[in-house]
Design a protein around this ligand. Structure first.
Ligand SMILES: [Zn+2]
Length: 55
């Protein structure tokens, strides 16, 4: 689950805001491990979490 999302810089134009790819921190609901700075706006952070090996 997403626990934190990067805030957009305040000085962006509307178009820059659309194209800005924020990052987020994701916490695994199974083991509680936190994955920092995962891509948020391009929508594939779930894949990254799935393919991350847990120790
Ligand atoms: Zn986990």
């Amino acid at each position: 689950m997403v626990i934190a999302i990067e805030e957009l810089p305040g000085n962006l134009s509307p178009k820059q805001k659309i194209n800005y790819n924020r990052v987020c921190d994701v916490e695994c609901q199974k083991c509680g491990e936190v994955y920092y700075s995962q891509p948020y706006d391009d929508g594939d952070f779930l894949n990254l979490v799935k393919t991350t090996k847990e120790t």
